[in-house]
Design a protein around this ligand. Structure first.
Ligand code: NDP
Length: 266
């Protein structure tokens, strides 16, 4: 199934599930920047929420807001029982301690899944795992190579694949070429989250390999992935219309999960 069709199907399921509740889940999106990319992402998130029946509140603060004041605002939403999910859109104003801001969000409202104590999985890894499940990928014992080790994608994805009993290799900027080529040649699943156009292009890979392209690289208004299109593989996720859609879907799922947990507590 294409990623687009999978996402549509999953959104329908979420919508049907939410229609059986008398209240709506509520997501608060905090923005403290004037970044056009952020505006586009936020518009997309709000539209997704509307599509499935989640209430979304977009709260904007001036870029001059102090870290203390932003932390106080996060605290206010943490204490607001009508809020199920809370996220702070990046980039943050310059000089802010991003770790401190991230970790100020209550773990049970942390729908981005960035808090170390969050019960929810980070959105991009979650989307990838869910999609691979839908594609009947059998994780057990498979060799998965993850290129990139950021806390948003690479590390949580590697750890999620390990949980699924894959044998996981993590490559990063200090990995030497020989090792990289050897690991890629034996990989059943290759996930690239580097942020460089067509980073994976001509390396030898198994024709049966599954390629997951996380990268989003903008050049002259066009989006490119981290993997050259048209590799000879069993499956290659497209960019655009690939992992980005899965990430958006996971956010909705995390909001619904936080909402259901709150419902079961009250
Ligand atoms: P980061 O810049 O935080 O991490 C990039 C990673 O790539 C680092 O771990 C770095 O290694 C590694 N790297 C850089 N050069 C090489 C190299 N030559 N060989 C091997 N590894 C290398 O990026 P993110 O993880 O945040 O994002 C990666 C990409 O994914 C970006 O294009 C981003 O836009 C996209 N993205 C897409 C999402 C989606 O929903 N589709 C969601 C999030 C991100 P080292 O640690 O050694 O520096």
């Amino acid at each position: 199934m294409t990623i687009k069709a999978f996402v549509e199907q999953e959104k329908k399921t979420l919508k049907t599930k939410l229609s059986s509740f008398s209240t709506q889940p509520h997501l608060v999106i905090i923005q403290a920047n004037e970044n056009e990319g952020s505006n586009i992402y936020i518009r997309g998130k709000i539209q997704d929420c509307e599509d499935v029946g989640i209430k979304a509140t977009h709260v904007r603060y001036p870029i001059t807001i102090t870290q203390n004041d932003l932390l106080k605002e996060i605290q206010r939403f943490n204490e607001d029982d009508s809020v199920d999910g809370l996220l702070v859109q990046v980039p943050l104003p310059e000089g802010m301690d991003s770790k401190m801001i991230r970790e100020a969000i209550l773990p049970q409202k942390d729908v981005d899944g960035f808090h170390p104590l969050s019960s929810m999985m980070a959105c991009t890894p979650k989307g990838i795992i869910d999609y691979l499940h839908a594609e009947n990928f059998s994780f057990n014992g498979k060799h998965a190579v993850v290129i990139g080790r950021s806390f948003i994608v690479g590390k949580p994805l590697a750890s999620a694949l390990l949980e699924k009993d894959c044998t996981v290799s993590i490559l990063h900027s200090k990995t030497d070429l020989l090792t990289k080529h050897a690991l890629l040649a034996s990989a059943d699943l290759i996930c690239v989250a580097v942020g460089k156009k067509w980073f994976l292009s001509d390396e030898k890979i198994k024709p049966s390999a599954i390629l997951v392209d996380v990268g989003i690289n903008r050049e002259d208004g066009t989006l490119f992935g981290d993997i050259k299109p048209g590799r000879h593989a069993a499956l290659q996720t497209p960019v655009p219309g690939g992992v980005g859609l899965l990430t958006r879907l996971s956010l909705l799922k995390n909001v619904v999960e936080a909402f259901e947990k709150r419902q079961s507590r009250s």
